[in-house]
Design a protein around this ligand. Structure first.
Ligand SMILES: Cc1cc2nc3c(=O)[nH]c(=O)nc-3n(C[C@H](O)[C@H](O)[C@H](O)COP(=O)(O)O)c2cc1C
Length: 362
């Protein structure tokens, strides 16, 4: 049975298909519960949530499913460049972006002071609510946190973008590793080398990681149909994590325009860019991300300053319906996305993968 793997056993799910967590407000309880109730595993991204909000979201999820789900947090970076950001850097940023703000006829913002959540306090909430699974990106939580998760029976997962990161995750005694290839949508979660130096495609990375470590490995990046699932399982993956295809469904919290772009007939052209948030991320290509492919990232502010700086440009772009300055996150799905319902998407992934295994057609 293709769907019985080390990951399904550890996660206590019927199918090795995980709906990836979304930060930035794109996760929804409805999406998580739909996927979990059908035998996959839904995940909720809580990066921007306060400790109290985490308790509320967890409570809502528990009311809508009694199956396995994951809560997801961002581990704070060591040597965060945002800590050393200076006023003179901000002046260069304003100069760089003046033409764009002028074009939208809005004023350039003053230096923002965005609030980020206290990771340790967020973890406290996770320990209190005891979700079946806690997943992490941008690093590995401390030994103490991992021990507390284990003590409470919470299965842990962390994300690697390189073999080196996967090895470190295994050494830290995390339970499963997500191997995120460069096709994946949203932020690149690298934490040893820079994101630009950590770009390996999904199939190659899964091959490297499963060859080297013993943990069950979950493949992420560009997976959108049953054939992709069979391909990575054949390379030794124990499950898949799918983001973009689920982001396009009615149940996700993405905007209608974002979903219609993801589901458009044209195959999606994407760029890896720092322009929207200050961290490298994959989004649908537009004028802004294309400009910065040649302008480079040198004067872009670190996360979360860049994100806050761009917020008024983004709002004006949406209000004026000139969508050239909005980052519509997307990975590089292998096929044109067509499912508007999370249930139909999951059922079709299961059906396609089952057919491939029944016919042994790989
Ligand atoms: C809009 C968006 C937001 C995301 N936010 C997070 C996040 O907060 N935490 C995380 O671990 N992964 C995050 N991811 C990654 C997904 O969970 C998943 O691993 C990835 O999208 C898989 O690649 P795919 O988009 O090609 O399917 C995000 C992806 C997208 C598209």
């Amino acid at each position: 049975m293709w769907n019985k793997t080390r990951a399904t056993k550890l996660l206590r799910v019927k199918y090795p298909i995980i709906q990836g967590p979304f930060g930035g407000g794109f996760s929804s309880v409805q999406l998580v519960s739909t996927v979990s109730n059908l035998g996959g595993m839904g995940s909720f991204g809580l990066n921007a949530y306060t400790p109290e909000e985490i308790l509320e979201v967890d409570n809502e999820i528990k009311q809508s499913t009694n199956k396995t789900y994951a809560l997801n947090l961002w581990v704070p970076l060591k040597d965060d460049p945002a800590d050393n950001y200076e006023k003179k850097d901000f002046e260069a940023l304003r100069k760089l972006f003046k033409p764009y703000f002028d074009k939208m006829q809005i004023p350039l913002p003053e230096i923002p002071n965005p609030k980020t959540q206290d990771f340790e306090m967020q973890v406290e909430s996770i320990l209190k609510t005891k979700p079946p699974v806690a997943s992490f990106i941008y690093g590995i939580p401390s030994k103490e946190i991992i021990a507390e998760l284990k003590k409470r029976g919470i299965t842990s997962m962390a994300t690697a973008t390189t073999l080196e990161e996967a090895v470190m995750i295994e050494e830290a005694k995390i339970d499963l590793v997500i191997s995120s290839g460069s096709e994946a949508g949203g932020h690149r979660a690298s934490f040893i080398k820079s994101a630009e130096e950590s770009l390996t495609c999904t199939l190659l990375l899964i091959h490297q990681v499963t060859d080297t470590i013993n943990l069950p490995v979950i493949a992420a990046g560009g997976i959108s149909n049953g054939k992709d699932i069979a391909d990575v399982l054949k390379q030794g993956a124990a499950a898949v994590q799918i983001g973009t295809a689920f982001l396009a469904t009615n149940e996700s919290n993405a905007s209608a325009i974002h979903k219609s772009k993801l589901l458009s007939n044209k195959s999606i052209k994407t760029d890896l860019t720092k322009v929207y948030t200050g961290r490298l991320a994959r989004a649908i290509s537009n004028d802004l991300s294309q400009d910065f492919q040649s302008l480079g990232n040198e004067n872009i502010a670190p996360y979360p300053i860049q994100s806050a700086f761009m917020s008024s440009l983004r709002s004006a772009s949406i209000e004026q319906n000139k969508l050239d300055y909005v980052g519509f996150w997307s990975g590089q799905p292998s096929t044109v996305l067509r499912h508007k319902s999370a249930k139909k998407l999951l059922n079709s992934l299961i059906h396609e993968a089952s057919k491939i295994y029944e016919n042994k057609s790989w």
